[in-house]
Write a protein that binds this ligand. Sequence first.
Ligand code: GDP
Length: 394
Amino acid sequence: MRVDVVLGLQWGDEGKGKIVDALAERYEVVARFQGGPNAGHTLYHHGQKVVLHQVPAGIFHEGVRCLIGDGVVIDPEILVQEVEGLSRMGVGVEERLYLGRGVHLILPVHRWLEAVSQEADKIGTTRRGIGPAYADRYARRGIAVADLEKPDYRQRILDLTAYHQKQFPGAPPVELSDRFWEALENLRRLRWVSTYEWLRQHRRILAEGSQGTLLDVFAGSYPYVTSSHTTVAGVCAGLLVAPQEIGQVWGVVKAYATRVGAGPFPTEIAGELAIWLQERGNERGSTTGRLRRCGWLDLPLLKYAITINGVTALIITKGDILAGLPSVKVRIGGSDDAPLYEELPGWKSTSDPNYEAFLRWIEAQIGVPVWAISTGPHRQDWQIRRKDLLVEKT
Ligand code: GDP
């Protein structure tokens, strides 16, 4: 068994979903290992835009099975909706999607906690209850998919709801709607598996990251982080695999940088250029619709992300968005308050020699090859740039 990994090296939204979709046909399984429906992987299927929140981005390939691995937390209502939406599109999701028995549930009370506690506002979370669901998981009172087989699961959900409600006596009560209970029942239509045993029946697995390294709960700019491990360590923990079973680690990087929500962003751009990038790059959160803060590529942070993930090759996305600028900046050092930049010549398109020069310059700076580039939002808009690199280990 070998597990290759696609993960983001910035603050998420690097274009991982599209890359996973492009790479998926080389694999038997595509597996999500962390996060919840805060992910919003945008891709195009037969020209139709699809945003996947919980279903892995390999789902559009008939020969590929998809796993929601144990490290993930799911919102049953959102998952059931997503499965129904994909089925309506003719995607054979019920035959191809597998759910780890150790996956934990986001309950209505978790969303409610984000609404009443105002913590979400400070951090700028997606308010989907993901943080509280992970908090309950770590506090050992969370509810896993496998618990739904036990006779007392309804009572446990009611007890957990009451437990949290007690902390906010004046707040409106949590609504446990029929739709929620139905969604729990509908989860039974999916195939529940032991993540450990099921993965071991397959040889070639692609682990799909969500968010980005700089949002990792340990490695990121705490407390402005997500609630899970977005790094390669999260693959081991969330899919129950050993470090030596990890093969390629593809680091996906945008040719510039974006960040949604609060937290430090040393290379942030203000003013007209930021608005231009937001519009041209469609830098609006796929889950929340919020505008993303935009900035220049930050090499010191990129080196950090490459190191802690053991990245073997980079995939650079969205260079096409910067096309037309007379020059682009990249942070090479300085401090977070006074970053030091290198200014490089701009490019007219991603086939312009100046873009190739930019990619070579990055390779020289960080010592990791840029294996491929993505040049647009569609599956076919990408090129393997370093065919000389053997990336298929057997
Ligand atoms: P993810 O969460 O990392 O998958 O990223 P998102 O889906 O949130 O954001 C990436 C956005 O950029 C999506 O709308 C993609 O369709 C789009 N995209 C991905 N790669 C490229 C690219 O190379 N060029 C352009 N123009 N758009 C891209």
